[in-house]
Design a protein. Sequence first.
Length: 338
Amino acid sequence: MRDKIIVSFLLLFLSSAGFCQKEKQQLNVVFYNVENLFDTIDDKHKNDNEFLPGSEKAWNSDRYYQKVSNLGKVLVSFNSLELPAIIGFAEVENTAVLEDLIRLTPLHEAPYQVILEEGSDPRGIDVAMIFRTDKLTYLSHRAIPASTEFQTRNILYVKLMGPAGDTLHLFVNHWKSRSGGEEKTRPKRIENATLLRAVVDSLFSMNPSNRILIMGDLNDEPSDESVALALEALPVDKKPTSGELYNLFYKSFEEGKGTLWYRDWDLFDQIIVSGSLITKKKSTIPSINPPAGYILSEPWMLDPAEAKEPTPFRSYAYKRGYVGGFSDHLPVYLVLSY
């Protein structure tokens, strides 16, 4: 009897101390358009001449390594205790620049795997992803053509297994830019969105509860036709349901916030998720609670020369040339709880 009491006491103690409970995890999921992360090596298959030694921009090793260091500073700033679990990128030239980014910055403190598929963009800029292999397990990936009519960046589709044995379907995007005019280029972004929606519909047809996470520089606002109608990304409401997509940045857009500046703030960088990730049930794993996305905007990430309206501090500023900043975009992120 005495032995049973002792065993019961020990079990109670261990349980209260947390030894019998799984530690809760919060994984940061980030997207960042890093604005022309090019190395200094001439790639004969790409139009990368703008970012080579001897070019008008005078791109060189010092400026490249400064850019890498600056981006690393941003990417370790989301959580002082934990490096991001997933980072999606736009405007990277190749796998090598991401390997430098990991190796030469504090990101090297976590084991990251790089995923990049070369697209058909004439300048050679691609979307990519890195993820922590100590937090997530690689399942598969493939590049999805974002257009049937013109050269553009692919959509990167990655499947990862989360800590709870769940499957995450992730899509990294960089839709057609507005260069040449918003109205003229609008149909191309609608095509990008329509092709992505077809893939999403196929996942929902297999299982309406599939966990889908779409991130990227969409070059449109959350209320524009490509995002709101073609992709069918809804504002987050009180009763999100499986089989629907919800834009975690709709509220930020309505509040006038943005991730890049052109005469005014635009919110082109967004994260959109399936309703299964923001259900109100406390037992749901993984979940995004509160159902919100965030913009990282530290004072040191903004251009000190733009006192009236601080804007993203980029590498090259209009009329001022090289200024040694970060990117013309601010990164966005969410917190995934397990």
